[in-house]
Unconditional design. Structure first.
Length: 335
């Protein structure tokens, strides 16, 4: 029996690389889109013979994935993980909203027109589509798979603090609207992670500045004894669980047409600091003490994600393992 081949967009990304590791471990072949041949060759050295790459310079352009999908008629599953994360831009609509929304539409249009053999599509969305993180972090708040954050397009295009949130809301809505309007051959599932922590897929990627959410753990690891502990808190998930969720989303028929929340628990920066201090004797005296009791974050009843957990069917990695594995990698990578 021939291997199932999975196409994954944005293959150099934090979630994407971990998803590729998960796919290859389960015996799938993978075709990943990258923005340059150099990046593709780098991934090829990481992932070996069951990984191929295609160069897609700008996924926000119409027909961006047409050629790639025509070249790979063996692809039967399509994972769209690519999404712009742009801060400090002067034009939020141009640089954040439009690339996310049009990139999603263009990806689905290419699959619809040029890959009729694809039966399952999974889009990486975000828990910010449910609500803003200040709400989701409130123990009195209820979040479930049917909830949508009521941000407007205009707010997202004018306010840098919510542009990313708006881009994820409208990109995911565009995906569901596409399926409703076009009735394609494929079924759609979306994955909604909150803050994504955990190790990079490769130690090499753990050098220097990390991606935005993964940097939270690294930033605590780099604190000096006199530094103040940052006030960052909220819901989290380990990237390896997000990767696993992407695979289950196309393997499990129960996931068809579903929004799937990937939520492990709640954290505070002090939680991360406490774990590092308790488990790494060599780092203990280099780090601040902070207020250790702030790290005792009570579990939230805000997350009503039982439908998602039933579909996924696995135990999520807890914050302790996430932090320990991440710090061990940071130590290895930065020797």
């Amino acid at each position: 029996m021939s291997k199932t081949t999975v196409f994954i967009t944005g293959a150099t990304g934090f979630v994407a690389q971990n998803t590729i590791v998960e796919l290859l471990s389960r015996g799938y072949s993978v075709v990943g889109s990258v923005r340059s041949e150099e990046k593709g060759e780098m991934l090829k050295t990481y992932f070996g013979d069951n990984f191929q790459y295609v160069v897609v310079a700008g996924f926000e352009n119409k027909g961006a994935f047409d050629v790639a999908l025509k070249q790979h008629p063996e692809v039967t599953v399509f994972l769209h993980t690519a999404s712009p994360v742009s801060f400090g831009t002067e034009d939020l609509e141009r640089d954040v909203l439009i690339p996310a929304i049009e990139g999603t539409r263009n990806a689905l249009q290419s699959v619809h027109e040029h890959a009729p053999q694809v039966k399952r599509v999974v889009v990486t969305s975000s828990a910010v589509t449910l609500s803003n993180f200040s709400d989701v972090s409130d123990p009195k708040f209820k979040a479930n798979e049917d909830l949508w954050y009521g941000v407007t397009y205009e707010e997202g295009s004018k306010n840098p603090s919510i542009a990313y949130t708006a881009s994820k809301v409208f990109a995911e809505k565009a995906a569901w609207e596409f399926v409703e309007t076009n009735k394609p051959n494929f079924s759609l599932s979306t994955i909604l992670p909150p803050y994504v922590f955990g190790p990079q897929a490769q130690d090499e990627s753990a050098k220097g500045q990390l991606n935005i959410s993964a940097e939270f753990v690294a930033a605590v690891y780099r604190l000096s004894k006199i530094d103040k502990v940052p006030e960052v808190f909220g819901p989290f998930v380990d990237v390896r669980d997000v990767a696993k969720a992407h695979v289950i989303a196309f393997e499990n028929d129960e996931a068809k047409g579903k929004r799937i929340i990937t939520y492990s628990g709640r954290f505070h920066s002090q939680t991360i600091l406490n774990i590092i201090r308790d488990n790494f004797a060599d780092l203990r005296d280099k780090l601040p003490v902070g207020i250790p009791s702030n790290g005792d974050v009570s579990e939230s009843v805000a997350w009503d994600d039982q439908k998602s957990k039933k579909i996924l069917g696995f135990e999520f990695i807890d914050i302790e393992k996430t932090v320990i594995d991440t710090v061990n990698q940071l130590i290895r990578a930065n020797k």
